[in-house]
Design a protein around this ligand. Structure first.
Ligand SMILES: NC(=O)c1ccc[n+]([C@@H]2O[C@H](COP(=O)([O-])OP(=O)(O)OC[C@H]3O[C@@H](n4cnc5c(N)ncnc54)[C@H](OP(=O)(O)O)[C@@H]3O)[C@@H](O)[C@H]2O)c1
Length: 345
């Protein structure tokens, strides 16, 4: 039995998209904008950084875990785009440390006048079991710390919206691999995170962990976006449809050549990459599509630059319940890490 939507028909569609589809080359100006891209020293984040600088952003903050790698990447971007070197800053941020995420967010709040785009791109993929802080590593890095950063920076994004009369974007880089899992953890009586953090019970589905964390991102984006809109309509006096102060969306770059598979470069992965993968630049166009997405992208999953229906596990039977359950568990965790942070939504 295929897992998730992984039928032959789905796989044929995936191959077609890899070979013949993609988001268009970005052209929208970022003039005057301040943009944060996590994990921008390499891969898709690096290529997205080149795009936003080439399209005139006023300030790019490269949020990286190695300042040395970040500075080398910054030099390459300056060479490639001939931008003003002062337009790019390299700041330390390690998603394996909640203190580091908090320190980064506090600095951004203190030092940045505005944040127009927070592009949450950094992630890890592995089939190994590793423990980081209070969870299995991919759960901590790709989900808990990633959304901690989002919640911590929401006040600045909202303040940018009202001060400059703009609609900042909060974009997460997810993956179409989320179509390939069943997310059995959603029904675990002990709780979703408790099941994900149970090494013995996770052993048979270890290869599903990375796609599962990408699925969790899709769920949380949908729930955050819906709640943000609800809070807007609660405050509204008239009957007009509320607009989100911040557009929250997620985007799929497709299979791309990057360093992501460094911990899982088996023969199958290498063959698929050789035959089907986009270049990192091609994949990064999808990141930019999220970062310029309109109100119609709020809460949505983008593929090839367009709003697309996510996996059946998200939109099918039981999806709404799984989404709420996951969100409630996640915010409980976030409140322990940074009390009060969830009210930022
Ligand atoms: N490549 C694909 O085929 C593909 C497909 C679908 C979705 N995606 C998604 O695209 C995004 C970018 O991936 P990529 O392909 O460009 O991978 P990549 O080349 O491995 O880049 C990942 C970036 O994340 C950073 N990172 C990893 N762990 C971190 C941590 N603990 N704290 C801070 N930064 C950390 C890495 O920093 P270091 O360089 O220091 O390790 C690197 O800058 C990811 O969200 C991934 O899930 C990729």
């Amino acid at each position: 039995m295929p897992k998730g939507d992984g039928t032959p028909g789905h796989m044929a569609k995936f191959i077609g998209a890899q070979l013949f589809g993609n988001a268009p080359k970005p052209t929208t100006s970022f003039a005057g904008q301040t943009i944060i891209i996590t994990g921008s020293n390499t891969g898709l984040g690096f290529e997205a950084a080149k795009h936003v600088v080439g399209l005139g952003c006023a300030k790019l903050i490269m949020a990286v875990r190695s300042i040395e790698k970040g500075e080398a990447a910054k030099d390459s971007i300056i060479k490639a785009t001939r931008c003003d070197p002062k337009a790019i800053e390299v700041w330390a941020m390690d998603l394996s440390s909640y203190d580091s995420v908090k320190a980064f967010a506090a600095r951004a709040d203190r030092e940045l006048e505005r944040i127009d785009v927070l592009l949450e791109n950094a992630a890890v993929a592995s089939v190994e079991w590793n423990w980081v802080l209070d969870n299995e590593r991919m759960v901590t890095v790709n989900v808990v710390a990633t959304f901690l950063l989002a919640f911590l920076l929401l006040p600045k994004l909202k303040a940018t919206a009202s001060r400059f009369r703009t609609m900042p974007r909060l974009t997460f880089v997810t993956s179409d691999t989320h179509f390939l899992v069943d997310f059995a953890e959603k029904d675990a009586p002990e709780g979703i995170f408790a099941r994900l953090n149970d090494e013995a019970k996770s052993r048979p589905t270890r290869s599903e962990r990375y796609p599962t964390t990408k699925l969790m991102q899709v769920f949380v984006v949908r729930e955050m976006a819906a709640r943000l809109l609800q809070s807007q309509s609660a405050g509204g006096a008239d009957n007009t449809k509320p607009l989100p102060p911040v557009i929250i969306n997620c985007t799929n770059p497709g299979l791309c050549k990057s360093e992501l598979a460094r911990e899982l470069d088996g023969l199958q992965v290498r063959a698929a990459k050789f035959l089907l993968a986009r270049t990192a630049e091609e994949g990064s166009r999808n990141l930019i599509a999220g970062a310029v997405g309109g109100v119609d992208t709020h809460g949505q999953y983008l593929d090839m630059g367009k709003v697309t229906t996510p996996a059946t596990v998200v939109v099918g039977r039981g999806g709404a319940e799984a989404q709420k359950r996951l969100y409630v568990e996640l915010v409980e965790k976030l409140e322990k890490i940074a009390p009060g942070v969830v009210s930022n939504l």
